[in-house]
Ligand binder design. Structure first.
Ligand code: BGC
Length: 751
């Protein structure tokens, strides 16, 4: 009872404060509370007037025409801007600071797709709690993360920000991130508001081209694209961000059905909804809204509480929309109340400033580096290990060659969406190996080729260091030959290849999955020396590994592993820990196969399913869920506690997994279900359970999974609703999506 009363009292206090403020605000000031502006600081000067200057933004704060900012992460500046709003604004309403804290602030964690590859929600939660702690310490209240968009087309650059192709894994990763960022409740100390994005379907961009239209069937929408959002909202996410593109012909940011009926209705979201940057103004670009007044009115009517804008906010036109009757003032007030309530609940009215000294201590907390290291270890995926080349035998090593420009590039080691990391403390692969191997082993680094340059005209290009510099006096021919010689003379060659970080992410879609530049040629030349080669792939999307998968004995996917990447990679290469990550997407052979997913349905001539092209197999290079270990695992004793049940009941599946080797290692036990028949055709397999377990040599563990209505229901296009069919189901359990161990059960309707 005591708790309930405390919450009620807080609610009363919140509401009376909010009501007092609302009663004294002009329409323009209300619109200001619904406006979030970018603050680019000194970078605005580099942009030649294309971005608003700091003085212009500060003028908006003083005038009360903006109530939230983004892109500020310096605690002193945050305090200064907060002071402008509090001392010069008419109502003393504190600012809300949001930022893209996607995978860390100062301590960079592996990129999100890498964290998803850990298949380890606890680690992901712990990692994002570090990100939250650093962000909150500098004065950031809210992150535009997690990105929970399902991505099935690796040409789309933002695949790196999500959890891959699968709704079940995606939902688990989404919920873990929300818990990590936000803590147990909105306003938890050392945590920030989580904002899953982009609602919804953004990852299904036509052709993988960022921002392009999305046309999704209802079944795909409900069964594939929505589950991660549902999970994030159930985990308590306080915010959601809209998406840029047309969704089935209606712009997502003005899509009343999507935002009001589905998000607020079906998913029960009761937090605040922010537009993606400039997406409200874009409603005119789409050819949807007639003008800015119409755009503002329609975004607000659809449910967008807060507009994020680079400049010239469209919501500044809301007073006109109220005046012309397009927006009832109660609707405007409802949105303003949501924003003010949030500011009260976050404690910003009582405690708006941050402690700049304390921030410094938090940002340098060694415990954060340790979590980044463990997260990077747990994210790596071992794709090939012929002849047990890995782990390397340190006793037998005298010299190691490290080849490829990505091997010693701090900026690329961190991946995209990095603004505040300390590059000097970033551990590259070269640094990590040197530190781990000490003086006993000669570690020789040769880039071999110059970094693949290319600026895409993206906003991120103006950040210093984001596009690699062209090294001066780089003699291409000599450097290539030198790298090959260094490899020839070594006991083992570690070749690090992939995409430079600016080649993936927002506005970084590709029409090819090849290694950019001369990287494949370099790999081929190194392999030709006869020195055993370990290929480390630095990536956020699958790349064309057809040649490597035939000719390179060991391939480890290290993703963009973050601040402690090199340390973690050395730990893995030397066998201090065994790789245990698994692919969160199907790895195609070639770009011509995409999109390619494991959970497809079957149809005419299934025997030919692997040969749907005449010029290439239509099977992947590596299946979803795949990843090797230094240990080997055996599965046995798959048992169902019953094989007949009523629709709506739950059964328990158990299986024993044994480490059949003398190396310790982690296995991700995966459970897949296939419904054999029903009122719709269902995918050949769907992930419905997983557990990452650590197994000592020869150790066995029995794992249990529940299968009930939550796992077996699906949205059916004929019923236009979720259904549970009476049917026979196959269950598969194993270490990837091709798992062979199987059993079955049947459900029937109660008579
Ligand atoms: C992206 C969002 C991001 C926002 C603010 C947009 O272009 O689509 O994901 O949060 O910018 O940086």
């Amino acid at each position: 009872m005591a708790d309930v009363r405390a919450i009620d009292e807080l609610d009363d206090a919140v509401w009376s404060r909010v009501d007092d403020l609302l009663g004294s605000m002009t329409l323009a000031e209300k619109a200001g509370q619904l406006t979030q502006l970018f603050y680019f600081g000194a970078l605005a000067e580099l942009a030649d007037g294309a971005l608003p200057s700091p003085a212009e933004v500060e003028a908006s704060l003083a005038a009360g025409t903006a109530g939230a900012l983004l892109f500020v992460s310096d605690p002193a500046r945050i305090n200064r801007l907060q002071r402008v709003a509090l001392d010069h604004g008419r109502h003393g309403i504190p600012l809300l600071f949001g930022f893209d804290v996607i995978h860390g602030l100062r301590t960079m964690l592996p990129v999100p797709i890498a964290m998803a590859a850990s298949w380890d929600p606890d680690t992901i939660q712990r990692a994002q709690a570090v990100a939250a702690r650093e962000a909150r310490a500098v004065g950031i209240h809210w992150t535009f993360a997690p990105m929970v968009d399902i991505a099935r087309d690796p040409r789309w650059g933002r695949i790196v920000e999500g959890a891959g192709e699968d709704p079940y894994l995606g939902a688990a990763v989404a919920a873990a991130q929300v818990r990590g960022f936000q803590g147990h409740a909105l306003g938890s100390p050392e945590h920030i508001v989580a904002g899953p994005k982009h609602f919804a379907g953004y990852g299904a961009a036509t052709g993988g081209r960022d921002y392009e239209e999305v046309n999704l069937s209802d079944a795909e929408f409900w069964n594939v694209y929505l589950p991660p959002f549902r999970a994030a909202i159930e985990a308590g996410a306080g915010n959601v961000m809209t998406a840029y593109m047309d969704f089935n012909g209606i712009p997502a940011t003005g899509n009343r059905w999507l935002l009001a009926d589905v998000l607020r209705g079906d998913l029960g979201f009761d937090g605040f909804l922010v537009s993606d940057a400039n997406a409200v103004q874009n409603l005119t670009t789409h050819g949807f809204a007639a003008d800015s007044v119409d755009a503002a009115a329609r975004a607000l009517a659809a449910g967008v509480d807060l507009e994020m804008a680079v400049a010239d906010p469209t919501y500044a036109h809301l007073p006109e929309a109220v005046a012309n009757g397009a927006v009832p003032e109660e609707d405007l007030d409802r949105c303003v109340r949501r924003i003010l309530e949030l500011k009260v609940r976050l404690g910003l009215f009582d405690d708006p400033y941050v402690d700049e000294d304390a921030a410094r201590t938090v940002l340098t907390d060694p415990a954060h580096r340790e979590i980044a290291r463990v997260t990077a270890q747990r994210s790596a995926v071992l794709l090939r290990n012929e002849g047990d080349l890995l782990p390397l035998d340190i006793e037998a090593l005298k010299s190691v060659a490290v080849v490829g420009p990505l091997a010693d590039s701090p900026r690329d080691t961190l991946g995209p969406w990095v603004f505040d990391a300390d590059l000097d403390e970033t551990v590259t692969v070269v640094d990590g190996l040197r530190a781990r191997l000490g003086d006993a082993v000669d570690v020789r680094y040769a880039p071999g080729i110059r970094p693949a340059q290319r600026s895409f005209g993206s906003i991120f290009d103006i950040w210093p260091g984001n596009v690699p510099a062209d090294p001066e006096n780089f003699a291409d021919h000599t450097e290539f030959a030198r790298a090959v010689e260094v490899a020839r003379d070594a006991n083992v060659a570690i070749v690090v290849l992939g995409e430079w970080q600016h080649m993936i992410g927002e506005m970084a879609s590709r029409s090819s999955l090849d290694f950019p530049g001369r990287q494949l040629e370099l790999l081929q030349a190194v392999v030709a020396t006869g020195t055993p080669v370990v290929l480390l792939v630095m990536n956020g999307r699958p790349l064309d590994l057809r040649w490597a998968a035939e000719h390179v004995p060991a391939i480890l996917d290290i993703w963009y592993p973050g601040s402690q990447g090199g340390t973690a990679i050395a730990d893995l290469l030397l066998g201090d820990v065994s790789p245990g990550g698994k692919l969160p997407f199907t790895w195609p052979r070639t770009v011509g196969q995409v999109p390619m997913i494991y959970s497809h349905t079957t149809s005419h001539d299934p025997a030919n399913q692997g040969q749907r092209y005449w010029d290439e197999a239509s099977t992947p290079l590596f299946p979803f869920g795949f990843g090797l270990s230094y240990a080997t695992f055996a599965y046995s004793d798959l048992a169902l506690d019953r094989d007949r049940l009523r629709v709506g009941e739950t059964l328990t599946v158990s299986v024993t997994v044994t480490n059949a080797s003398s190396a310790a290692g982690d296995e991700v036990v995966q459970l897949y279900v296939h419904q054999r028949y029903g009122t719709a055709s269902r995918p050949v397999r769907e992930l419905k359970g997983f557990r990452r377990v650590a197994l000592a040599p020869r150790e066995s563990q029995t794992i249990e999974f529940a299968l009930g209505p939550a796992e077996l229901r699906y949205w059916n296009a004929a019923a236009r609703d979720f259904v549970l069919d009476a049917a026979t189901f196959d269950v598969y359990v194993g270490g990837d999506s091709t798992a062979a161990l199987t059993s079955s059960f049947s459900t029937s309707h109660a008579r």
